[in-house]
Design a protein around this ligand. Structure first.
Ligand SMILES: *Cc1c(COP(=O)(O)O)cnc(C)c1O
Ligand code: SF4
Length: 378
């Protein structure tokens, strides 16, 4: 078998052919058996008992299992609770979600004037360009369509979406999303960016992609040249754990930054994966160290089959409170929650106000819990 040998060659995460991102996508690991061939040391964590294994296989039929060899190479076989494994491995609990049976709690499909375009806020649209990803994350908010080839937006829908954006001058920003928009070919991305750049009322083009985390080789010199040509581009990526911060990932971020791309990160607060102060501190400082500004920390949405990842609303606020004062301000994301039924995102702030003072002024507590009075003016 060539796989174990290949893995041996690339310490930083194996890939079928280094640098060849298309080959790596074609060579995705697509079954648990294949994963075990590639990482035989995982048998103890993955196989469990046959009943659970059967259910995990069933779970991967309702939402595909796939990972790049690079990402699977990051799994720590010595840790049964490895945060990488927990993000990709289908679990029987996905089929027994007692808390949510709603595949689309944010009503993304209802605010869709054109297939593949969600227009919820007056000034920005979310455009789902591809339903493919390098890795399928078990907590994916868009399980209902991501990974299903038959649900991918058709080519002529792109034309319609561009016309819609061009004819609605209230739209200031277009967010290319998915799935993963960087699954598309360079030429297609270049064409889309050119078309969007020609729309005068747009002030911002943003790309949401997990490729720097799951397939850093996708960030090729050709791709960053395209981004540079269409400057300024904002790219929001999705690191969830410090274990995802590798030399390869840092290289991808570096190429983006050198091409003038603003690189931000959004992560999802996930039970037993990154829901501790320590895990967040390592993640956030690792991000800033490699040149990524943390943007959002999301509370996991109540999507059917995902509830086991959800944390209490207060958990994220408590973590951020503990981090303020211990971490540079630029390393702190905003903690946000998506309101059900398509209400949009709201930030959940840590509340430092401790009420008014009778003599005038207001009382606050700081990150360490000490209290201070601030004088006020009219
Ligand atoms: C999250 C989201 C956006 C982007 O929101 P920002 O706060 O600008 O990052 C836009 N449209 C929809 C439908 C969203 O869910
Ligand atoms: S990369 Fe994003 S869209 Fe794709 S499976 Fe993961 S969370 Fe879902």
């Amino acid at each position: 078998m060539r796989l174990p040998a290949v893995k041996h060659l690339f310490k930083d995460g194996p890939s079928a052919v280094p640098g060849d991102w298309r080959g790596q996508l074609r060579n995705q690991i697509r079954s648990i058996d294949e994963l075990l061939l590639f990482r035989p040391e995982l048998v103890g964590h993955v196989a469990v008992d046959s009943a659970r294994r059967w259910e995990a296989d069933r779970a991967s039929r309702s939402f595909r299992f796939a990972t790049t060899r690079y990402y699977a190479g990051l799994i720590d076989a010595g840790n049964p609770e490895c945060p990488i494994l927990a993000q990709v491995l289908p679990q029987h609990v996905e089929l027994h979600d007692l808390k949510s049976s709603d595949p689309d709690p944010l009503r993304e499909e209802q605010h869709m004037p054109i297939p593949g375009l969600t227009h919820r806020y007056p000034d920005r649209v979310l455009w789902y360009l591809s339903h493919h990803c390098a890795v399928y994350c078990r907590f994916c908010l868009r399980k209902r369509k991501v990974s299903r080839a038959d649900s991918a937006p058709r080519r002529d829908a792109r034309e319609q979406a561009l016309n819609y954006i061009a004819s609605h001058t209230r739209i200031k920003e277009v967010i290319l999303s998915g799935g993963d928009p960087l699954s598309l070919a360079d030429e297609v991305l270049d064409e889309l960016l050119t078309a969007l750049r020609n729309i005068e009322h747009l002030i911002s083009i943003r790309i949401h992609t997990r490729m720097p985390v799951t397939l850093p080789d996708r960030i090729t010199p050709t791709l960053v040249d395209i981004f540079q040509k269409h400057y300024p581009i904002t790219l929001v990526t999705h690191f969830n754990h410090a274990a995802e911060i590798t030399e390869a990932a840092a290289g991808a971020v570096r190429r983006l930054r050198m091409a003038g791309v603003l690189v931000l990160n959004q992560s999802v607060l996930l039970r037993a994966i990154n829901d501790t102060v320590c895990a967040q501190q390592e993640l956030l400082s690792g991000l800033v160290r490699m040149g990524v500004k943390p943007y959002y920390l999301h509370r996991c949405d109540p999507v059917s089959g995902v509830s086991h990842f959800q944390t209490a609303i207060r958990a994220g606020a408590q973590i951020l409170q503990a981090l303020r004062g211990r971490n540079p301000g630029i390393a702190l994301p905003r903690y946000v929650i998506d309101l059900p039924g398509g209400g949009g995102k709201v930030p959940i702030e840590v509340d430092y106000a401790r009420g008014a003072v009778p003599e005038g002024g207001a009382r606050f507590s700081n990150w360490a819990g000490e209290e201070f009075i601030v004088e006020d003016t009219d």
